[in-house]
Design a protein around this ligand. Sequence first.
Ligand code: G6P
Length: 579
Amino acid sequence: MCGIVGIVNHGKISIKNDLLKSLKRLEYRGYDSVGYATLEGKVEKEIGEISKFIDQIQDSTTSCAISHTRWATHGGVTKTNSHPHWDCKKNIFTVHNGIIENYQELKTELINKGHVFITETDSEVISHFLEEELKSKNMMDAIKSFINRIEGTYAILVIEKGINKIYAIKKDSPLVLGIGRDRFYLASDIYAFSDSTNKAIFFEDGEFAVVDPDMYTFYNCDGKEIKKEIYDFTWVIPQEESVRDYPHYMLKEIHEQPIASQRLINSLDGEQHDKINKIAELVKKSNRVVFTAAGSSYYASLLGVYFLNRAGINAHTLIASEFQNFMLVDKNTLFIAISQSGETMDVVTATKWAKERGAKIVSLVNVPHSTIQRMSDISLEIHAGPEICVAATKTFTNQVVSLLYLSHLLGFSVNMKTIPSKIDYVIKENEEAIKRLADELYEKKDIYIIGRGLSYPPSREIALKLKEISYIHAEGMMGGELKHGTIALIEPGTPVIALIPGKDFDMYSNAKEVEARGAKVITIANMMDSDFKMDITINDGKFSILAVIIGQLLTYYIAKKKGLPIDKPRNLAKSVTVK
Ligand code: G6P
């Protein structure tokens, strides 16, 4: 899982200001290491983030180059394992996003033929495989053999020393050609070049292309030339405050939630109104609704199930990576994929699977033109604006707002209009108290968050935030389940955050049960004793959003106190494009 960018140009491009500037926009796909190779055979790579790399290297120019930002899968985070990789003669340079599943077998075969491997990666096999094939074939035929022989997922860019061309190959990992004024881009997504062109061609699985400064040609897996449609995309990036006003993107994005939710509500009342009405009609016509998602998006989907069930709709959800193992779908199922990026591989795979079984596909995405959006019959955009911090904050909220809106159309009672002002209130009224609580909790090893019904999904989402950003082991769980095991872990002083919506006395009792065993109980409630102010007197779903926002701020201030890399936490990536 990684980001790739290649540029072929008529004149010269700058490595720093053109190639790596584009690559930087894909850093959300991984930031373990970075590297590039040019047609002159120059290669530089280093572990760490792209900005650091840009500062370290001398700028140079070329007319054709490929680059890569890595999220390590096979082989540790080392300079050697960083992409690009090359063949024995250092003539063929490749960058790869995906996983070559049969690399062990191919590597053994190639080693037996005399190839020398220097990395621990699966990706290195690509350059050597092509090198071997090129002994008896031209590059086109070598690529055809590659597609036939390789198992796994890949978006690959290949350059040959001295040749002003990029070969691009795709299966299951996203790849797009950008048509610029004087250059072509090949990239994991349109983010890479959206500042310089709005014309793009999306690769489908099994396709490859040969791109030189004058032209591009697409082929199917048999090497037959194919015509592709040029996609004219429009992408309005909302004006928002500059990150300069905030120490981190995470805090900026938390504070943007009133504006971002208002923008979404306006769009659902306006230009997206027909779309959401159509989705509501599909819900009514289907036998049942099945959601899938990963990470924070999954917790949003869990709330979707809660809201829809309250409206009398038969709804379920399942984590995308396990979808095919535990769920059935058919043509009477409405399948709803939720994904901020629209690129998460597990969600893409589950969506393909559901589509093949005849389910109608709806998606909720933040990134327009993403793979999942393009696979959907109807796709709603959550209009959160670009989210840079790896942790989802405003996109989670806007996913929930979309689901509340949909459920409201189907009979769930909620006052949508007040959502932005209630969020604003919760942030303004609680931020100082949250900072004080963070000072108390930052050295804790474990935190438990308990919820019930409406507050169960938020308990999971808050736990996820605490784990990924503040590196504290946290468990979000059903209040009712506590007594079936986990309560054994409660010791004097163990922090337990109890999320109590409305007058949920059962939840209140669960909080009391741990308090009786010495836990430090912190309550987030709107109608009972609460450590935070909420200003909601009815129990209409908004509690779930507001409780999570308190959890987001708590996570942020704990991580800040610990001096952690808040926007780019260790080992994570914003968009996970491997299974
Ligand atoms: C990664 C991110 C999470 C995100 C999840 C799903 O794990 O670190 O923050 O919630 O992917 O991403 P998606 O783009 O599908 O919502």
